[in-house]
Design a protein around this ligand. Sequence first.
Ligand code: SAH
Ligand code: SF4
Ligand code: F3S
Length: 455
Amino acid sequence: MKPTTDPRVAPNESPKTYRVKSFGCQMNVYDGERMGELLDEKGLSPAPEGEDADLVVLNTCHIREKAAEKIYSDIGRLTKGKTQKKAPMIAVAGCVAQAEGEEIMTRAPAVSMVVGPQAYHRLPDMLDSAVAGERATDTDMPAIAKFGALPARKRRSPTAFLTVQEGCDKFCTYCVVPYTRGAEISRPFSDLIDEARRLIEAGAREITLLGQNVNAWAGEDDAGRPVGLAGLIRAIAKLDGVERLRYTTSHPNDMEDDLIAAHGEVAKLMPYLHLPVQSGNDRVLKAMNRAHTAESYLRLLERFREARPDIALSGDFIVGFPGETEEEFQDTLAVIDEVRYSQAFSFKYSPRPGTPAATMDNQIPRDVMDDRLARLQERLNRDQRAFNDALVGKTCSILVERKGKLPGQWLGKSPWLTSVWFEGAAEIGDLIEVELVDAGPNSIAGRIPQTANAT
Ligand code: SAH
Ligand code: SF4
Ligand code: F3S
């Protein structure tokens, strides 16, 4: 930790309430929850909805330029009293903190603490410094140390995230994650079983295993045998109380046979796979350093479909990577037409400082990217709608996650991760049989069949 005494910063009153705002991926959501638990232990409590917080933690994402820039406008609004009446103490965490820690300290004097994704277990000590009027930055990367230093899980929710793997060694040429999150590490098997148990005790019925490259997870089971992600999934599935398992995000190159097999064998493993491809053109994939081809990717998906014919597929796409021609872009459309994704995430290429692609020749003009993204999304929307339409008439189990907008309405997820809403007798956390009756572009309306009972 590097405390800096700044004459502009007066000693602060000890904050009593906090709010963590997480941006970016689910791993940030997980980190945000854990920071909340640390602050709870320190004696703070979450600020009630709609009320000012004494401490605001901005848990940031650096993946695209827009995500990173947003943080400075958020800080501005917080200090000018636009977000809440009283300006709070501000901590910046997450991937922008890691990548631009020093810059944040210079550019935003209102920020008291900057803490990276591998160092946030030290947040309580940094808070003491901040209260004493010292600004503190901690962007060390002591691999895995934070997990041992965090308090026990206690979050109550039917769905829970569990980070099993962190960091990335893939170095795709457009991506900041290897720099902001560091090298790939796997958390130990027994720690993960223990955390899964605690999440279940706190009410989790669905657990999503998280990692930047979750399928690169590797460890040793209790008998000392080497296991991959499939072995971990099989072990967690044996725990009583958990009914659904998911994992995200996978990389095509780390896919083990046993994980594909598990989709056909482990009933609790949900029929859903998020497997980013980024581009459907081999020259572009090579320039991205993806180390797979369009064909090898498609063959991999076929094997998942053989193991679990109803599996829903999802992906990530980047349009306008430097040098991408119209013909090369068409290859991406061809992959979409072949796979027919149930949902997907698509982005315009955004040059990130320090990555190899940022200085490549032939950066694509914005209007070309806009046009390509619109055409790509038209197809993705078409397929998502078709996927939803095809579910109408089926009855499936829905995990109830929250109340809907109208009284008596409930929102939950199907096994294929589609949002489903329905009315009737239910409770948050129920797994309930629902008949799917009407599909929309982003969700499906359902109803409880006359004879069904909540389980
Ligand atoms: N580890 C995952 C996800 C990484 S970040 C993977 O390898 O797929 C999530 C998504 O953001 C990526 O899949 C990619 O589609 C997108 N992304 C990453 N860097 C980007 C950039 N510089 N410009 C645009 N999109 C980007
Ligand atoms: Fe980024 Fe590629 Fe690593 Fe995914 S695999 S986090 S896109 S470098
Ligand atoms: Fe963003 Fe960091 Fe996740 S850059 S996508 S928050 S790993």
